[in-house]
Design a protein around this ligand. Structure first.
Ligand code: PHE
Length: 450
């Protein structure tokens, strides 16, 4: 099949596509969420399940989303509509696209609030607030921030404005170019932090915590959390990767590219863990302290290393950048959908989608202070949003995606898209039909029954 002309642009190169996919997948999920979830779930057992889920479930689903997008050449809803229509399958498959857009809205609403924390921390580090702080005062700094709805709201608003600005303008060439420098810079800085962690004297303990699984910690809930995070960190189950695949040219090898994205994403998460846990143990902190973990550990490192003000500022700038490229990918499908389904133009769509997300974000802002005691289903609003999206919506949409590709599409069509050798394809198809769907289903049932 050659590419037909369509309304979508094409990526300028394979590298540009990779950067966008990596930009979406590498974000707060890797540096903020992965370490604190590992800490809450007790370490190595969570990491092991997470790695297995990434490989056996995440990778084949990522490839499925890309191949669907490349075949459909449209936004996720129209893509599913088009492919299901051509194959004479039920139109109910468009629910994959609908579920994705809803999940994107819910996720971005709290993602932006955390992006706001990172913005606040740029300011703290640039003004040398961390210098000489001990564990207790770093904790106070963080809890004071959370206790102030006005401050959180201001940073959340700034983060949303930054996101809307890029999406309204179409993905600017500038951002693509900036990613080429900033993403590698983030990796370098993480390496510096891992280097610092090695000087704390607790490196081995941190390493052990991450990589030695304690199977007694392996409850259904931990397994469900690890799988949910595999979806979250790879930006799966929301049609985002499908939308990116729609801009993909036919000569790009989906399998190899997916493998590269998965490896980069995983390495960055593990590096964040190796930077953070030694600091946790060296300072007698609690690894299970939750979403504040990196905001309470890294400032200690920056406050004590030489050049900490510069490294700290740079680190939080890069963290914001990583969060920003992910946030853009979360807003994009909502905007694309509004633009095509309503009379609004791109700028108006971006403003409406951004405003709706900003508004919902206020609930997350308040869940850390004024509404902290309001706990529907026993969770704060922030926890509830995270729970519903990561543990339900993403896995279910992802399951539908891979079942569609594995069971409802022709073998030859899928094979032509993936362009794999016979043996590799046989393995892929087996995992798309059995391993990944059964994996999601089992984890799901097992997690819920606990
Ligand atoms: N993958 C991003 C991260 O790890 C978050 C994200 C989730 C982005 C879902 C888009 C879609 O931070």
């Amino acid at each position: 099949m050659t590419n037909k002309p369509h309304s979508h642009a094409q990526w300028s190169s394979r590298i540009a596509f990779m950067l966008a996919a990596v930009g979406s997948s590498v974000g707060l999920g890797n540096i903020w969420k992965f370490p604190y979830m590992t800490g809450e779930s007790g370490g190595g057992a969570f990491v092991l399940v997470y790695l297995v889920c990434i490989l056996l479930i995440g990778l084949p689903i990522l490839m499925s989303e890309w191949l669907l997008g490349r075949l459909g050449q449209k936004n996720p809803i129209s893509t599913m509509n088009r492919i299901a229509g051509r194959l004479k399958r039920s139109r109910a498959w468009v629910l994959i696209g609908v579920g994705g857009i809803l999940a994107a809205w819910l996720i971005l609403s709290f993602y932006s609030v955390i992006g706001g924390w990172a913005l606040a921390y740029i300011r703290y580090s640039a003004t040398a607030t961390f210098t000489g702080l001990d564990g207790a005062s770093v904790g106070t700094l963080f809890s004071d921030l959370l206790a102030s709805p006005g401050t959180l709201l201001a940073w959340h608003s700034l983060f949303m404005v930054l996101t809307i600005a890029i999406v309204a303008g179409g993905v600017a060439g500038g951002l693509e170019r900036a990613s080429k420098i900033l993403m590698p810079a983030l990796v370098v800085l993480l390496a510096v932090l891992v280097g610092y962690a090695a000087t704390t004297g607790s490196f081995a303990e941190g390493f052990d915590y991450l990589f030695r699984p304690d199977f007694t910690r392996l409850t259904g809930d931990v397994i469900l959390a690890a799988m949910g995070h595999a979806f979250f960190t790879l930006s799966l189950g929301m049609g985002i990767m499908m939308a990116y695949g729609s801009y993909l040219s036919d000569d790009v090898n989906i399998g190899r590219t997916a493998m590269t994205v998965v490896i980069l994403d995983t390495v960055i998460a593990l590096a964040a863990g190796m930077a953070i846990f030694p600091i946790v143990f060296a300072n007698g902190m609690d690894p299970a302290s939750g979403p504040g973990l990196i905001f309470q550990t890294l400032p200690l490192a920056f406050g004590h290393m030489s050049g900490g003000v510069i490294f700290g500022t740079l680190f939080f700038v890069l963290l914001v950048f990583a969060a920003w490229t992910s946030a853009i990918s979360l807003l994009e499908p909502i905007v694309e959908w509004l633009e095509e389904k309503t009379p609004l133009n791109r700028l108006q769509s971006a403003l409406v989608a951004g405003a709706a997300t900003w508004l919902l974000g206020i609930a997350t802002v308040l869940s850390f202070n004024d509404w902290a005691a309001f706990m529907p289903f026993g969770m704060t609003i922030f926890d509830l949003l995270d729970y519903v999206t990561s543990k339900f919506m993403l896995p279910l949409t992802g399951l539908a995606t891979i079942v569609f590709v594995g069971w409802f599409m022709g073998r030859d069509e899928v094979r032509a898209q993936l362009n794999m050798s016979g043996l590799a394809f046989a393995w892929w198809r087996f995992s798309a039909r059995f391993v990944a769907p059964l994996g999601v289903a089992i984890v799901f049932v097992f997690g819920l029954l606990q």
